[in-house]
Every structure is written in C-alpha cells, then in structure tokens.
Design a protein around this ligand. Structure first.
Ligand SMILES: Nc1ncnc2c1ncn2[C@@H]1O[C@H](COP(=O)(O)OP(=O)(O)OP(=O)(O)O)[C@@H](O)[C@H]1O
Length: 867
C-alpha cells in the first residue's frame, strides 16, 4: 500500500466513525429528550409507546431469549387494536410499569436492574395489530427477573446495538485492510474488499456476455435480462438500479435462481446471503422465493432460511416455516433441546405470575432464577448445534444487514452477498454482510429516499446553501476564471469517470438540478482517455450510501438500470422519468393506459364523474389563494406541520373515490409531515378503517396503491417549504400510484420551493387536471378547471416540461390584480367545464357572486383571492 492509499483509507475510516458517533449521539439525544420531556400519553401519540398492556404469555425463543407477549386487555380498552405506532421488529424497547406518570417525569437512563424490578429491556421480536412480543435477553442480568406488574407499557428506546455493530464492523474492516486482522481471509474476499475501497480496480468482466444463458423466467424484459447477465458475470461487484416498479425484486429472484442452480463446476450451486435494509425488504424477497413454482424433476427447491423474525407473517404463513427458529425446532436434534425448553418456559411462566399458583417471592424466587439460568445455558448449548446444521444446509440465507452480524452466522461464509434496498442502508451496516462474501450485488434506486439520518449537520448545510447562493450571484466572468478553459484538470478529477451524462440525474438534492450546459466555446478540450483510477473519498454524510459511492468511483460501468416500469399510468410516470431517469423509464403496455375506471369495482352515475374521478390519471387541487395556512405542531422549527383545510380537501376526494367504487384498500393517503398524517388519520380512519392506508412518504417507499392522494401541507406567507423540496422524497411520493395520483397543495407556496418543486408544479399545471377553489364555493369541491387555462393565453398547454410552462404558471395570477382582490374565473367551455379556456375578469370584492353550479354543463366558475 502506498502512502496516498493509506491516508485515503485513514480519512475514510475516521470520517465513518465520526459520522456514526454523531448519529448515535443524535439518536440517544432524541430518544432521551422525548422520554424525559414527554408524558406517556404524548409518547403514545408520537408512536413511541404503547400503553395499558398486559402480559399474555412468556415463551422461550431462539438463543434462549425470553419472549414476553403483550396485548391490550379488554378491561382497559374498548378495542384490542393498537393505535398507530412506530415499534418495529428489531427496535429496542423497555417494558415498564404503566403508572399514571406526570408529564415531565424523568425517565431512568440507566438499565433497569433486577432489584428495581417491574421493568425489562429487550428487542421487539414480533408485532401484529393486537400483540407485541419483546425478546428479553436472559443473559443480561439487568433484564433477568421478569417481575412485571399487571399493567405495563412498552416504550421505544434509542437503539445502540445497531451502532455497536457498525462500529465493530468498521474496526474489523480497518484491521483487514491494514493487515492487522487475525482472520485469514480468502483471496476473493480480500479482493472484494479492495475493490470496494478503491485499493484495486474492478476486473473487466464484459468479455463474457453470457450469450447462451437460459432464463428461468423468460418473461423478463430486455433491461432485466441485461441486468441479470451483468450481475452474473461481474467478478467482484455489480449494482442494479431499479426505478419505481421496474421489477427489481423480480430481477433479483432470477439472479438468485441462476446463482443457486447446479453447474458442472459447482454441483450444489453457489451459497447466497440475501440482505436488505429492512425486515420488509427481505421478507418481500423471501415471499417471492417461497412462491416459486415446483422445480423440474431431478432438481430440488432452493433451500432458504430466514434469520430473525419476519415483519409480515400475516401475509404469508409459509414465511414462518422458513425461519431459522421453526426449522431448528423441527430438526431431529431439536427434540433433545425441547425438554429443556419446556422446563424453562414453565419456570418463566411461574416467575411472571402467568403459571399455576402465585409467583414466588424472596429466597424461593432467587432459587428459581438460578435454575432458569442453568437451564438457559444448557438450552443454548443444545440449540447451537441444531442451528449450525440448519444453516449449513441452506443455499440461501435471508436476513437484514444488521442481523447478518449475529451469533448464528458467526462462522458462515457465502459465495455471493446480495443487498436489496442498498440505497436505503448506511454504508457501515452493508459491510456487516459484505465481510461474509466473495462477490457483491447491490440493488436500489439512488433517486429514492436515502437512509434516515438524524444527525444532518444543520450548520454545514446552511453554510453550503449560503455558498451556493453566493456562487450563483457571482458574476459569470469570475466563475469562469475559477475553471479556466485551458487549465489542466487536477489529477484526481481527471481520473474520475465522467458522470455528467449520467442516465439518471444526480443524487444530490434539488439546487443542482439545472446546471447550465457549457457552450461549445466553453467546453473543455477533449482529454485523451486515461485509464480510470477509482478514488476513495470520505463521505460527507451518512446519506452517502455504498451504492452512491461505487457509482461515483466507477461510473456507469458498475451498474445497469431497469427501464420498464409495471406500476404507473404513463402520465404519472412521465415527470419522474424525464427529470430523474434520463427519460429512460418507459411504461409497460399493460399499465401505460390503465385508469381507475378499468377496475371491476368502480362505477359512476354520471359521465362527468367518470371523466373527473375515475378517468383522470393526475389531479391537482391547488389551494393557492385560499389561505389554507399550515400550522406548526410542537415546538420551534423541529415541530411537524399540519394543514386542517387541506386535510378536508383530501377527505372529500377520498369520499368521492370511494363513492365511485374504489375500495379503501386500493387507496393510500400520504403526506411528508407526521402531524398531517395524524390529523388525516383522525379524519379518515373512523369512516374507512385501517384498510385505507395513511402514512408518511418515507413509510410508503417500496409500496404501491391504485390511487394515491398526497397532501403537501406547506402553505404560508413566507413561501417556506422545508424538507418538502427534497426531490428524492417527492419522487417517492409521486411514484406510489398505479392509476390515479391526486395532489393537494398550495402552488402559491410550493412553487417557490426550489427548482425541482417548481418544475413539478409547472408540469402539473400543464399535464394534470387542475382544480382550484374560491372561498364562496362549497368546500367539498373544487371546480374542474385547468389552471393553465386561467392565464390570459388561449394556447393549449404543451406536454413537455419547459421554462415556458413555468412562465405560464406564474401568469396564472394576472399581475394587474392586486392582493386581496377577488376575481372570478369563468370557464367559457360549454362542455364538461374541465377543459376549456377561460377569461379572468377583475371584480369588486363586495359584489355577491352567483353560486357555482358544477354540473351545469355550461362550464364552471369560482372565486379566488389573490395572495
Ligand atoms: N418482466 C416483467 N413482466 C411483467 N411484469 C413484471 C415484470 N417484471 C416485473 N413485473 C411486475 O412489476 C411489478 C413490480 O415488480 P417488483 O415488485 O419486482 O418491482 P420492484 O422494482 O421490486 O418494486 P419497488 O419499486 O417496490 O422496489 C410486479 O407486479 C411484477 O409482477
């Protein structure tokens, strides 16, 4: 290793550690702030606690863990259903007495001790709508004595276990690359590490394009087949870029089938570790693997084992049979351990007061705990052998990146590691499984949300924004001077791959959207092609994923993009395709024209409804001028925002959709703001129940629905849009809908939120059915009136997203009309009232306006206040 490589590696590891430490501190701070400052009721409202629970069962799980099952007893609750909460499998949680605490009661920061009793810490093991199971590690003496009171609550805690594992992995990685590791690594494993850290270049593997590859699933489209070939022939690493609905999972399943099938040189096929950022992502793959058709004679089903507990057992009971726990329980050797397990469970039930008779106290209790300890040790020993033999037989092991670092996989190695949703996982956690493999396949979409990072350096961000603004305002000549035409590029930059022609845009947010293209004169002279040397750069934030880093390091050659999407109507797909996927995202013929009216359940009473409700792929309810102002929930800038009036519009549209036969289960309502989600839930859930999903944009990533209604929330006089402007969040929001996308928002605020939002609104104005409303109108409806048409121009809107449209958007409000004046917008179209041109006439605010008749067939009119 030369000294430059040394120092780059050093800087990389130091930065990773710094960022992880900051993130850990931010998570602990947030969690202890909440726990200290919020009463239990508020914690429950924030989704961080479940109150008034009772223990229904105590069992023994894998690793001798005590599984405490909790429910809402009917004595305290009218419904057994939990309220909305954020407790998920793998989260750290505390079970504590459900005493009526005062709001500011400080929470204990230290671990509960056996002496304290009444509480225990553990990991959320399983959650359903009515039951939560916490796995308490019996080896942790602090959580050992389950002397729980009758009424308890579960509180989510800061998860330090994840950070411990990431820190350890970074340490291990550093030892490996600096030759200080005791572990003897196979050369291919070491090579993979070197390639990922730019200590060696990727092997050129395009020489063998696998022309004769026979696909298990021949219905794969050409870009999927290309990605499969690409991943199979890569020697060290391959990235698969899957924009929304493009069959990323479909493609990964084919890759897994190819990898695990027998070849003359490998009669057992390869061993694959399939990981994902979340339990949901890995369960999705597991479910698809289990659903594969029975293989042909002479071949057997892929042997798959899931480590950890699936997040969605309800959807597919078969998933449970694939878990290590169930498999280990069924094996012959497991029978030996079963007696010990039964004995353990009986003792624990007695101790927790769930068994026969009263729970023992004092010396008797201590004696019984000693017995439990001994039994647990014996159980673990017997079980260890069973687990190893189940895993050794498995061709595919499925786990989250984090759980791949657990005790069960300690001595297991794999030929290939696949990480799905790699663009949602921090780089450090990806290294947990990577260190177990010889080859890596990453799948994800850098244009969707990155991993959630709490510790975003606000100061640095502000400085960056300032610098950008200053740069923008600099005279052009000065900017040119900084990058002289004839100056030789610095060595590092010269060796970087050219990403300017990237097929998918930049993964940076927003402001760098519209980079001016250099003119022919300004363009740099063509450089002679040099051999590309990848450089390792320390990440700026934890949002920089391994996928992003590899793309920057190796350019387009490290990835293949899937190009046909099977989800969205072509109108819904158009904007993201053009702006984020280099216009390469095409719609499959099966979905390009599909609309709600094609669903068998839908029906309408009138032709107008058919067109306006079921026959429109994109609707935009523009509340500009309505003074539907947002409200800040909580303290200071950190609070979440909601918008009551906007929520009413959303509810009205949902009513309209359901009235037209769309099933609640086919609809999702999403908003970037948690406070709005809570508000919408209180408004919509009582009528439609949990089938109609209401959630944050972040929570909907990876999901799809026939109809999606987005509430943008932001509406204020200062035109602030906050994190709404992040284009990856917007991309996720606008790509969840299959047949119908409805946006409710205030263009008067939102259109000023950065380039990407501006473009989107201009696009909506030109391509969607825009509905606007005036204060004198019935709040349940907006007039169907294209906003573009409200401009004095009589030109029909064009379909491309251009500056002209943005200009048209800004002329929607005629500049001569003064603030607070009322105008009447009258559609001159004699048809449905939704597609004609219109005139704008200034009117006296005191003049009474005739009621609006939407079904008059003579067009529609309404009033609006100019903000
Ligand atoms: N080649 C294909 N032919 C027909 N349908 C396909 C094909 N590939 C994928 N699909 C369909 O497209 C839909 C999306 O596929 P899949 O869930 O694999 O996509 P994804 O990229 O993993 O989705 P997400 O955007 O949620 O990550 C599924 O209904 C799948 O059946």
């Amino acid at each position: 290793m030369n000294s430059e490589t040394d120092s780059r590696l050093g800087a990389f590891f130091t930065r990773q550690r710094e960022l992880l430490a900051k993130e850990r501190a931010a998570e602990v701070e947030r969690s202890s702030l909440l726990l200290t400052n919020c009463g239990p009721k508020l914690l429950e409202q924030k989704g961080l606690a479940l109150l008034g629970l009772g223990v229904v069962n105590v069992n023994i799980g894998l690793g001798g863990k005590t599984l405490v099952e909790l429910e809402r007893p009917s004595a305290y609750h009218t419904s057994p259903l939990f309220p909305p909460h954020t407790l998920r499998t793998g989260d750290l949680a505390r079970i504590e007495a459900n005493v009526a605490a005062t709001a500011k009661k400080p929470a204990s920061k230290t671990k509960p001790t056996a002496e304290k009793g009444g509480q225990a810490e553990g990991v959320v093991y399983r959650v359903t709508d009515t039951r939560i199971t916490i796995a308490v590690d019996g080896s942790d003496s602090a959580s050992e004595d389950l002397d729980l009171p009758e009424r308890v609550r579960v509180v989510k805690l800061a998860n330090s276990v994840t950070y411990d594992r990431m820190d350890k992995t970074i340490d291990q990685l550093e030892r490996i690359v600096t030759g200080k590791s005791d572990e003897k690594m196979a050369p291919e494993k070491l090579r993979l590490v070197h390639v990922l850290l730019a200590m060696a270049t990727r092997s050129v593997d395009t020489a063998n394009p696998l022309p004769n590859l026979t696909f298990f699933d021949d219905s794969l489209n050409p870009s999927q087949k290309d990605a499969v070939r690409f991943a199979l022939q890569a020697t060290e690493v391959a990235c698969i870029h899957g924009p929304p609905g493009t069959g990323k999972t479909h493609t990964l399943i084919e890759i897994i089938r190819q990898l695990t099938s027998a070849t003359p040189s490998n009669p057992n096929g390869l061993r694959v570790l399939v990981c994902g950022a979340s339990n949901l992502s890995v369960d999705n793959i597991l479910e698809r693997l289990l659903a594969l058709p029975a293989p042909e004679k002479g071949t057997s089903r892929i042997k798959v084992t899931r480590i950890g507990h699936p997040a969605r057992v309800m959807a597919n009971e078969g998933i449970l049979d694939a878990t290590l726990e169930v498999k280990a329980g069924r094996s012959d050797q497991a029978i030996l351990a079963k007696d010990v397990k039964n004995e353990l469970e009986t003792a624990l039930s007695t101790l927790s007061g769930k068994g026969k008779g009263k729970a023992p106290r004092g010396a008797e209790r201590r004696k019984m705990w000693d017995e439990v300890k001994a039994l647990r040790k014996e159980y673990r020993q017997r079980e260890g052998g069973v687990v190893n033999s189940v895993l050794a037989e498995s061709q595919v092991v499925v786990a989250t990146c984090h759980s791949a670092g657990g005790r069960q996989l300690r001595n297991h190695e794999f030929d290939v590691v696949i990480i799905d949703e790699a663009t949602q996982a921090m780089e450090a956690v990806c290294w947990v499984p990577i260190l177990k493999g010889r080859k890596l396949i990453l799948a994800g979409d850098p244009m969707q949300l990155p991993p959630t990072v709490l510790s975003v350096d606000k100061k640095a961000k502000k400085e960056k924004e300032k610098a950008k603004a200053a740069k923008k305002s600099e005279p052009k000549a000065k900017q040119k001077k900084l990058t002289p035409v004839s100056a030789p590029a610095p060595a590092a930059a010269a060796s970087e791959p050219d990403l300017s022609g990237s097929d998918d845009g930049s993964s940076e947010d927003d402001e760098d959207e519209e980079k001016p293209q250099p003119t022919a004169k300004e363009a740099r002279p063509v450089k002679p092609k040099r051999e590309h040397v990848p450089l390792l750069r320390p990440p700026k934030t934890l949002e920089t994923t391994l996928f992003d880093r590899l793309e920057k390091m190796y350019g387009k050659s490290v990835k293949r993009m899937l190009q046909i999407q099977y989800r969205m109507h072509e109108t819904i797909c158009a904007f993201p395709s053009v702006t984020l996927y280099g216009s390469k995202l095409a719609s499959a013929p099966s979905v390009e024209k599909h609309l709600l009216l094609d669903l068998p359940e839908t029906h309408t009473d009138s032709a107008d409804d058919e067109k306006e409700v079921l026959g429109t792929p994109v609707v935009f309810f523009d509340t500009a001028g309505c003074e539907y102002f947002e409200r800040l929930e909580g303290d200071g800038d950190e609070g979440s925002r909601c918008n009551e009036n906007e929520a009413t519009v959303v509810k009205n549209w949902v009513d309209k959709l359901v009235g037209a036969g769309v099933l609640p289960s086919q609809i999702a309502v999403i908003s970037p703001y948690q406070a709005q989600v809570t508000l919408l839930t209180s408004l919509i859930r009582p009528q439609y129940g949990p089938d109609l999903e209401i959630g944050t944009v972040d929570g909907m990533q990876g999901r799809e629905k026939e109809a999606v209604v987005i509430s943008l929330v932001r509406s204020n006089e200062t035109r602030e849009v906050g994190f709404l402007k992040e284009k990856r969040r917007l991309n996720v929001a606008m790509t969840r809908a299959k047949r119908h996308l409805c946006i409710v928002g205030d263009s008067g605020t939102v259109a000023y939120g950065g380039t990407y939002l501006k473009k989107w609104l201009a696009w909506l104005e030109a391509n969607s059915d825009v509905r606007i409303k005036g204060p004198s109108m019935d709040a349940s409806f907006f007039t169907a009136l294209p906003l573009a048409a409200s401009a004095p121009s009589t030109q029909p809107p064009s379909s491309s997203t251009t500056q002209t449209q943005m200009d048209a958007f800004t002329t929607i409000v005629p500049t001569k009309v003064e603030s607070d004046e009322t105008i009447v917008i009258v559609s001159e179209d004699s048809g449905s009232g939704s597609s004609g041109t219109c005139v704008v006439c200034k009117e006296d605010t005191t003049t009474a306006l005739p009621p609006v008749n939407e079904d008059s067939g003579s067009g529609s009119s309404g009033t609006c206040v100019i903000a």
